[in-house]
Write a protein that binds this ligand. Sequence first.
Ligand SMILES: Cc1ncc(COP(=O)(O)O)c(C=O)c1O
Length: 482
Amino acid sequence: MKSSEMQRETLKEAYSPEQFRAAGHHLVDQLADHLTIMFNSEEPKVLPWQTPDQAYQRVKELAQTDAQTVFKETLANCIRLHHPHFTGHQISPPLPTAALAGLLADLINNGMGVYEMGTIGTAFERYVIKTVAHQFGMGEQADGVLTSGGSLGNLTALLAARRSKSSHDVWNEGNQEPLAVMVSEQAHYCVDRAARVMGWGEQGVIRIPVDDDFRMDTQSLGRHLQQSREAGQTVIAVIGSACSTATGSFDDLNAIADFCEANDLWFHVDGAHGAAVSFSEKHRHLVAGIERADSAVLDFHKLLMTPALATAIVFREGHNGYQAFAQKAQYLWSDPESETWYELARRTFECTKTMYGLKVFSIIAEYGTSLFEANVDSLHALSVQFAQLINDADDFELLIQPQTNIVCFRFLGEPMPSVNSQPLNELNQRVRTALIEEGRFYIVQTDIEKSTWLRTTLANSATTLEDLRQLLERIRGLAQTN
Ligand SMILES: Cc1ncc(COP(=O)(O)O)c(C=O)c1O
């Protein structure tokens, strides 16, 4: 065993500013080279595929190396969000400025739960929340917090909804009645998870059918409310999807707002992906009615070029944000009853929080919110062009006209198999697996009813229509050989 003197020396060396300076410069150089290579498409692979066991084996070997080797190997083996062929899940290629903010946040590690542990970070967070509330068209009294992802944001909103709309004090007494929320059957799975976390079980989510464009059939809300009440359930909220995950469809938020107002229900908007359109003059209409929501969530890491995670949860009446968690923690807060905006942990699940606000704020300070608008607009325009490309091709089928940067389609092959047939599903599944293993394009898949569709999220402003033309061509090629 080392003497405590030696241990102290080892620790001192591990914190060496000079080593940090040298390693940091080297890493930033490597990252800048990585960006150049990706943007110039000098690297053929967006996804250097390896099986989970291969990856784990390599990691065990890396444990015997050093941090520089680990960084280099990470870059060589990661999925590359800045590659123009990254068109998979809904996550942004981060802006370098925001990534630098992340490095800064990690090094200073301000804990944020209490004001003293993150004075400037707390103020960044407030500025970002007020900016989002303004974009949503909510008034001065709107307020909220940043949290770790849309899933946690939605759970936080529903905890506040429960506090506000349940006739019992569930926080202190536990569930006394079968509570439920109503949401489109196309909603993200985290809503179902939130209901189960709150102890409402499978019954806690009432799934509202969708129309041909996968938007909630708001006409049927009344019937479902009636049926649930007859079944002894207490519905407390309706959640609008803006947009849905699989197809990028925006529910009619004004119709949901009308319904909630008429029936004294909480109105929450899951805008994790699509509420970003509120930054765009051209596309803001898609979330018309969000200003009437009791609460709404927006992920900066989906469409707004921010490294994961950075989720805003905004309450139209800011004081409702204090209702989600109403605990006393004397050692943290001077007056647990008062609504002090700067004691952030009172309103989030996290106790120690990272400085989410710094990443977003640094983008706003450097480029203004017009950069968010530029990203939303250009990705939407590319999606429309891609949809046209698919429509023009006889051997592909477009699922629906895209409303945002999510485009779903499938390969029909030659000769054309019968629609919805199992062979067609298997063909598309095989092609996607082959694409992944080859690594030159990254797309995902989704099952709609019983059909498999290829799904792209055009997340990268460096992607061109030519890249997407090549994608379709590669699908044709792989379909021949797989
Ligand atoms: C509509 C919607 N809500 C919530 C989530 C979950 O967000 P997060 O991954 O940030 O937890 C997603 C993720 O894809 C989503 O699309």
